[in-house]
Structure formats: C-alpha cells, structure tokens
Design a protein around this ligand. Structure first.
Ligand code: ADP
Length: 420
C-alpha cells in the first residue's frame, strides 16, 4: 500500500482548465477538462499504444507521450497557455510527493526497460523538454486510475471514499487517517482549501487523511491466496509476463479472465466433457478467448437459443458443439466471472469496514465492470454479505449504472457508483 500524497477530495467548487494524461492499459488518452461548478466539459483524444512501445525503451514511450501532448495542444489551439497537467499513471508507484513517483514494477503487459525505479514525472518532463519550446505544460500531480476515479466521483458525490478499477487490471484506493499510516512522511497539517463547501458531509473525514493506493492487485504475491488458487490460476500466472506477481489481479481482471475461461474449456474438451472431445486451433491459442466474449455470452442467458455463444464458438473454429455444450460454456463463464466479482467484493467490503462511516459511496470504473452484464449485481450481493454488522447496507449512498452520475439519496438498494 502506498500513500498518494492526495490529502483532500474535490467538493465541486473547483474551476479552470486542466490537462490530463491517462496511461495504464489498452489506450493512452489526453484530455482537456474545464471545470465550471457542477458542469464539467471534457475534450479527449485516444492514442493507441503499439506492442513496440509497450516493450521498447522507456524513453521512446515518454517521447511518444510528449508528441501526443503536443499534437493535442495544437489541435485545440492551447499553445499560448501554460496548462497544469494531471498524469494518471496506473502502475504501482512509490510516491515521494505529488509530483515524484518511482515505478515499482511494470504490470498489465508493459515491460519498457529504463523506467522501473525511476521517477516517472521526471521522465515525462524530460521528454517534454526534448520537444523544445513548442510545448507548454507543467505536470502538477501524478496519480493512479483508482485515485482519478475516486476524485472524479467525489467532485459530484461528496460521500465518495473508495475508488475501484476493474478493467485490464484491478486496484483500489481509500481515504485513511494519517495516524494509521505508519509510512507517512509528509506533514500532518490540514489540507488548504480556498473555501470549504457546505455540502461536504465528511469534512472532518477529509482532514488529516490521505488517499492510500492499496495496489490490491498484488495481494496474494506472498502466498495469501494459495488456499483458493486453482491449477489453472497457476497456469495463467506462469504464462504471464510477470509470474508470481499480481496474483489477486490475475484472478479478477479483464486481462486474464478470458484466458482462464479458455483454459477451462480446453481442459473440459480434452477430458471429453465438451465439444465431443475436440478443440480447435484458435481455442488452443493463448489469449484467443477475449474477456469481452464472457460479457457477450452472459447476455445470452435471457435470450433463447444461445445465439451469442454459438457465434463465439464458430469464431473460435469449434465445430462439434451441442446445446448442452453451450449451456456448459455459459456456466464456466458464470463461475469464473462470479468468482472475480466476489473477490473484488471481498476487497471492497474490507475497505468499507475499515473506513467505517455511514453513507459511503464507492466509485467504480473499468470496462469489465461497465460491460459485463452481471458484475455489478454479483458485487452488490457479496459486498452486502461481507459488511460488518454495524454498517447497514442502506447506509451506503448510491448511484447505479442506470442512474449514471446522479446520486440517488435515500434509495434502499445498494448501488455502486459508476462513473462515466
Ligand atoms: P484499461 O486498460 O485502462 O483498464 P478499460 O477499463 O477499458 O481500460 O479495460 C479494458 C479491459 O477490459 C480489456 O483489456 C478487456 O479485458 C476488458 N473488456 C473490454 N471490453 C469488455 C467487455 N465487453 N466485457 C468485459 N470486459 C471487457
């Protein structure tokens, strides 16, 4: 767990133009954000990250980021202003301040040499400087996506205290009392605010606190999860770019879920329990069963005839399958995705029990959570079950996927906030 040096949450009174960089998974995004009270205007551009950049020298990656920033500034005619930049860098970092963070270890498929143990803000600033005076940007904060998710939700929902990501990887952050953070080396003063908004219900809670980046994806790296890991979890881990690392993440996140399903399907076929004992070249190929297929198959449940399941099996070149096979494939997807949702819930309930406040909103983002049709529901059920007695389910404050960002105060259902 790492203190983030973020000591307060936004209260909706923030104003101005800001740049944001988002690097940490499939895409790299540059955003121009204009805050004007409750209104937020966002312009964003997505830039692809090639395999060459994911594995090439770190300087090449940072030069590419600086080049994209310059293109963005030109496109939106921002060259004359010096804009503050927030850099969302979603890899485990040991922060030494708001603008100093050393990468501990690459995850999620990145392996660029020359970045681990280095200050990534310095690498970004040096890449910006290499472009000369054509670019006018000052990085004022580095954070990871969980903190970004929590901050964005807190801007509108002042009870947000926990941020969770369920995408390519998984991670969470939460607000902790400074006196419980034994590694805290910053000051213990109150965070300074221009003005304190009256609608911050946890104003006491944001003082003398800091957001902790739990890096929960690495839970299990010391064997804590060995009692529930299956043989196939070990296969996924061994074949990954970081064996022995990110064990919790490998049981939950989008980068690994499809592969787990594929391995179960292959095992069942070889044991003659599926597809008349036959597999296909695609089904035998690592990474070929995409996590988005799990969502697609799960949508079949309501409809008749397993149309989506058949389509995916056809795409994978599986020739001999029956309706029973389709049902079993569905069941395998359900089991693996429910396990993922339940494990994430165990983490969320632990953080909620620790925060121990009524009316806490959990901010959740990531494509796995957004697009899997049952992930939200499974998480609701399990989180409720795992909360300490003192914390009433109805005490959690709420917005749900269908409510988008509007908080539903007083709703008796528990929903997790989905940030769009
Ligand atoms: P990031 O890479 O920043 O985490 P996302 O939150 O968009 O970005 O997560 C992307 C991951 O989500 C993909 O790697 C994939 O594993 C998973 N994913 C994408 N689409 C779906 C879907 N329809 N259903 C479930 N998971 C998905």
């Amino acid at each position: 767990m790492y203190p983030t040096y973020v000591r307060g949450l936004p209260d909706g009174s923030e104003r101005g133009h800001f740049l944001a960089l988002d690097l940490g998974g499939t895409n790299f995004r540059v955003l121009l954000i204009t805050l004007k009270g409750i209104d937020v205007e966002m312009k964003n551009k997505i830039f692809p990250i090639s395999q060459e950049l994911m594995h090439g020298e770190g300087t090449l990656l940072f030069d590419y980021i600086a080049e994209c920033l310059e293109m963005f500034q030109r496109e939106y005619n921002l060259m004359q202003d010096t804009l503050s930049l927030g850099f969302t860098f979603s890899f485990p970092c040991k922060q030494e301040g708001l603008t100093k963070a050393r990468l501990v270890k690459w995850t999620k498929g990145f392996t660029c040499p020359g970045v681990e143990n280095e200050d990534v803000v310095r690498l970004l600033n040096e890449a910006i400087a290499r472009r000369g005076s054509s670019i006018n940007i000052q990085c004022t904060a580095l954070l990871n996506d969980t903190v970004g998710c929590l901050m964005s939700c807190a801007f509108l929902d002042h009870n947000s205290m926990v941020g969770v990501i369920l995408g390519t990887g998984t991670n969470a952050c939460y607000m902790e009392h400074l006196d419980k953070v034994l590694t805290w080396d910053g000051d213990f003063d109150e965070p300074k605010r221009v003005e304190q908004s009256e609608n911050v219900q946890h104003s006491d809670a944001i003082s003398r606190k800091v957001i902790i980046n739990t890096e929960w994806g690495a839970f299990g790296d010391n064997g804590e999860l060995d009692f529930i890991r299956t043989d196939l979890d070990h296969v996924v881990d061994k074949a990954s770019l970081n064996p022995g690392k990110q064990i919790f993440e490998k049981m939950i996140s989008g980068m690994y879920m499809g592969e787990l399903v594929r391995l179960v399907l292959v095992k069942c076929a070889r044991d003659e329990l599926l597809f008349s004992g036959e597999t296909s070249q695609d089904l035998e190929t690592q990474g070929r069963f995409y996590t988005k297929y799990v969502s697609k198959l799960k949508r079949d449940e309501e409809s008749e005839g397993y149309t989506n399941t058949k389509q995916v099996l056809d795409e994978l070149g599986v020739e001999k399958y029956t309706m029973d096979d389709c049902r079993h494939v569905q069941y395998i997807c359900s089991t693996i995705s429910s396990r993922a949702a339940y494990l994430a819930s165990a983490g969320i309930a632990t953080l909620l029990n620790r925060v121990n406040l009524p009316n806490v909103t959990v901010a959740v983002d990531g494509s796995l959570y957004r697009f899997h049709p049952h992930f939200h529901r499974r998480m609701m059920e399990k989180t409720k079950e795992l909360l300490d007695n003192g914390i009433q389910v109805s005490d959690l404050l709420l917005t749900c996927p269908s409510c988008d960002l509007s908080p539903v105060v007083g709703c008796n259902e528990v929903h997790l906030l989905r940030y769009i």
